[in-house]
Design a binder for this molecule. Structure first.
Ligand SMILES: Cc1ncc(C[n+]2csc(CCOP(=O)(O)OP(=O)(O)O)c2C)c(N)n1
Ligand SMILES: [Mg+2]
Length: 810
């Protein structure tokens, strides 16, 4: 079998090639395409025979991807979806063995470097961070952001990957970051299915890239269907590039270059990609390549058959227009290869793919069977010393009879054996217990690890530097403290950039960035359109390419408009690549109480649930916020910082080291020591809690007040749990709905920190009302925890504990 030639990233125009060179390229392309098709065919079979759970493949999309790969160079990026295996093989960013390893969910990161078996098949990623937190030289590699299954969800990230090239080209201060860019020459290639262009994220991204003029090349793989739903029900005029024509650049202004080409016409595809990518790369103009007349030889996925919803005519049209069939025909007509030669190539390719598949399966199976053999021996030992010998031996033979066993089969059997022999304290049982313990650690690493990259550069390990104050420290508005912090950081690190709605010219709606655009330029402090999802995507792409973005969401309530990107893409990035990719994006926003339904939000419950994989910081004032930014900007993991909307004009002292001091993540702080009750609160409610503490103290109640400062991680030193050992009573106060952020805090304290064992009274939460907060001061009073509410709730807990000393108020 001749070696497959991998795209080296050097393109040459057809005109410069001899016929022989040209012929070689075409033959190699066809081989890669054909192997890819075989992978799809065998992959589907593996699912249908039960070796893999689910399969989705790139059959019918091969030829366009060969052409796209020809235009793809070192330094470039891909953000695509599950149809792109051919492109990945053609560029060498993946291979057939890895393809099958992922299909079989092999959790060995060496075998499936994209996801360590965590993602469905055909979800690609290249690894650019190692366990020490060192980044590869991305300018020297071909790069692929980790795919997600949600169709269209990757579009905002694509924008950011392209936007990084713009910053690298236009901001000369970034020239020192050579490992990420060569003068911004890198193109960000996106792929998306025709149906998924109906998603809002597609349109938001499309418009933003036109405005920003970034080197983004979107390919739409148009097979006229989205599972069963035809183009007629998806797209106006059934033709997305026709609809998008208004984005074409012209005398009236900047925009796109738009191309349309058939998915089975190899020569036209190669020519189109060469032209389109040249414009995109050299001029930094976004391009759209609408690839039509694509097919699905095997239907959408292994979940169903397309014969159910496609007409006979359509199915026979698809058969005839199969891109590989058409390419084969063209190769014969162009005297590149004869039919007989192609037959030989194809039969060799089939054997080669089969071998890759078998090897990938054997690699996983060998490991699993070796583990099973160890367990079998140990269980056998337990059985020999057990009163339940026969039952255990019966279980053993069922385990050994498993067809294609998984790790779960072995572990489940071991656990059952341990349950059955719970009263038998034998040596053999102890050995089995020890074995299970060791396997447990390995399985945690395989299946549960790297929610964060956890490298030595994690913000959790940033040295703690205390805030220092001169005797005559200036007292100023909180927003000015923040402003000074940002100023110092922008001065220190040229890779930091901030953007969002109204962030640039006016320095954000609360003036945190005031004056900084004038000082550092509009490439570093930048206004954006109203487009929260792509603001996050913009930041994510920049962060993946070595920059240090602060993406601003104007109010916490608008975070919802970006939540898909935050949750599906950013927060899961490290986990879904097993720590192979990282996007240390800092999302800045402001929330908690102010005025009205959409400017008073404090939905921490949903944030904590949706954003596991990000640090969640809830500073009580702007000084603490500044310290958190100082920490995060020196670490390498993503975070959300929620500033207090009503705190910008409150007076704070300016630390002398405002750009240097750090607030550590996960470190709670006791704001007031007390002995009677522990009150845990965060953000805007803390100030009211502290005021309530004064009145309560006059009533003879000595509260301890704890600010966890960050909700994720939460109080890693168990300050709350330890406080309960002293006070034996707990109240959690926040502005979220009942059962939201406060429930999270309760679970941490009561269960994780063992607070339950210290309680003398029922633990309580005091939260906002179960609706959005109404407008106005009365609205606030009647729907968010007030001073009166806090005083009376604490008092009531004391009353329940000691009614004699604290008689009921009502
Ligand atoms: C956000 C989201 N909605 C729905 C789905 C379920 N889904 C998976 S693939 C698919 C069809 C996509 O069609 P298209 O974009 O045309 O791509 P194709 O599969 O045809 O290449 C749908 C609806 C999903 N994965 N993500
Ligand atoms: Mg489609």
């Amino acid at each position: 079998m001749p070696e497959t030639v991998i795209n080296t990233g050097i393109t040459s125009t057809a005109a410069e090639l001899s016929f022989d060179d040209f012929r070689k390229i075409v033959i190699n392309d066809y081989r890669v395409g054909f192997e890819s098709r075989q992978a799809s065919v065998i992959g589907r079979r593996e699912v249908l025979t039960g070796k893999a759970k689910f399969g989705i493949f790139g059959d019918g999309k091969e030829v366009a991807q060969l052409a796209m790969a020809r235009a793809f160079r070192k330094g470039d990026w891909r953000a695509g979806y599950y149809r792109d295996q051919t492109f990945m093989f053609a560029t060498g960013m993946s291979n057939l063995k890895e393809f099958f390893a992922q299909l079989y969910a092999n959790p060995d990161i060496e075998k499936d470097p994209a996801s360590g078996g965590r993602q469905m098949n055909c979800h690609y990623a290249t690894r650019f961070v190692d366990t020490e937190g060192n980044w590869t030289n991305q300018a020297e590699t071909m790069n692929c952001g980790a795919d997600i299954s949600t169709t269209g969800g990757h579009m905002p990230r694509l924008l950011g990957l392209a936007y990084a090239s713009k910053l690298y080209r236009q901001n000369k201060e970034l020239e020192y970051l050579k490992q990420f860019s060569v003068n911004g020459n890198e193109v960000a290639f996106g792929t998306i299915g025709n149906g998924s262009t109906s998603e809002g994220l597609f349109f938001e991204t499309f418009n933003a890239a036109g405005v920003l003029q970034v080197p983004m090349a979107i390919s739409i793989w148009d097979d006229a269907y989205a599972i069963s739903v035809p183009a007629r029900l998806q797209t106006t005029k059934e033709d997305i590039s026709e609809v998008l024509k208004g984005f074409q650049r012209d005398a009236k202004g900047n925009g796109y270059e738009i191309f349309k080409v058939r998915g089975w016409d190899y020569a036209a595809l190669c020519e189109t990609y060469e032209r389109a990518i040249k414009i995109c790369r050299e001029e930094h103009v976004p391009v759209l390549i609408h690839v039509v007349e694509m097919t699905q030889p095997q239907g959408h996925s292994t979940s169903g058959s397309h014969e159910r919803y496609k007409s006979k005519d359509r199915l026979s049209w698809e058969e005839e227009h199969d891109c590989l069939l058409q390419m084969r025909k063209w190769m014969i007509e162009s005297a590149i290869m004869s039919a007989e030669e192609l037959d030989v190539l194809e039969s060799e390719a089939k054997k080669y793919v089969r071998n890759c598949q078998r090897e990938a399966w054997a690699e996983l199976e060998t490991e699993i069977k070796a583990e099973m053999a160890q367990a079998v021996e140990l269980i056998n030992g337990v059985a020999q010393q057990s009163a339940k010998r026969d039952e255990l031996l019966g279980m053993l033979s069922s385990l050994q009879a498993c067809v294609d066993p998984g790790r779960r089969d072995t572990i489940a059997c071991v656990r059952k054996v341990l349950r059955l022999t719970v009263k038998e304290n034998t040596e053999a049982r102890q050995s089995l217990l020890n074995w299970l313990g060791a396997e447990k650690d390995k399985n945690v690493e395989r299946f549960n690890s790297r929610l964060f990259t956890n490298t030595p550069k994690s913000p959790l390990y940033v040295p703690v530097v205390a805030a220092e104050y001169a005797d005559d420290a200036k007292i100023m508005d909180g927003r000015e403290v923040l402003n000074a912090c940002f100023d110092a950081n922008f001065e220190r690190d040229k890779a930091i950039t901030a953007f969002g709605e109204d962030v640039g010219a006016i320095g954000d709606v609360n003036q945190g960035f005031a004056g900084l655009q004038a000082k550092y330029g509009d490439l570093r402090i930048t206004d954006t359109g109203i487009r929260e999802a792509t603001i996050i995507g913009q930041g994510m792409g920049l962060a993946m390419r070595g920059l240090r973005p602060i993406a601003e969401i104007q109010y916490l309530d608008y975070l919802l408009y970006s939540i898909t990107v935050l949750s599906d893409d950013l927060a899961s990035l490290s986990y879904r690549t097993m720590g192979g990719q990282s996007a240390p994006l800092i999302v800045r926003t402001r929330g908690h109480r102010l005025e009205g339904i959409w400017h008073s939000g404090s939905p921490l419950g949903f944030i904590l649930n949706a954003l596991r994989g990000m640090h969640i910081c809830v500073p009580r004032d702007m000084t603490q916020a500044a310290g958190m930014y100082n920490t995060l900007l020196r670490g390498d993991e993503p975070a959300l910082v929620i500033e207090c909307l009503n705190g910008y004009r409150l007076k704070e002292r300016l630390p002398a080291n405002v750009g240097e001091f750090t607030v550590p993540l996960g470190k709670a702080e006791i704001l007031k020591e007390g002995t009677d009750i522990t009150v845990v609160s965060y953000g805007s409610t803390l100030r009211i809690v502290m005021e309530a503490a004064e009145e309560l103290s006059e009533m003879g109640i000595n509260m301890e007040v704890i600010d966890p400062q960050t909700l994720y991680p939460f109080d890693t030193d168990n300050l709350c749990g330890r406080s309960l050992q002293k006070t034996n009573k707990l109240l959690v106060v926040d502005e979220d709905l009942p059962g939201g952020g406060s429930a999270f805090i309760l679970q941490k304290i009561i269960e994780q920190q063992n607070g339950y064992y210290s309680l003398d009274a029922q633990p309580k939460t005091l939260c906002g009302a179960e609706h959005r907060p109404p407008y106005g001061s009365d609205g606030d009073y009647f729907s968010k925890p007030s001073h009166d509410d806090i005083v009376e709730t604490v008092y009531k807990i004391m009353n329940e504990a000691n009614p004699g000393k604290y008689p009921a108020i009502y």
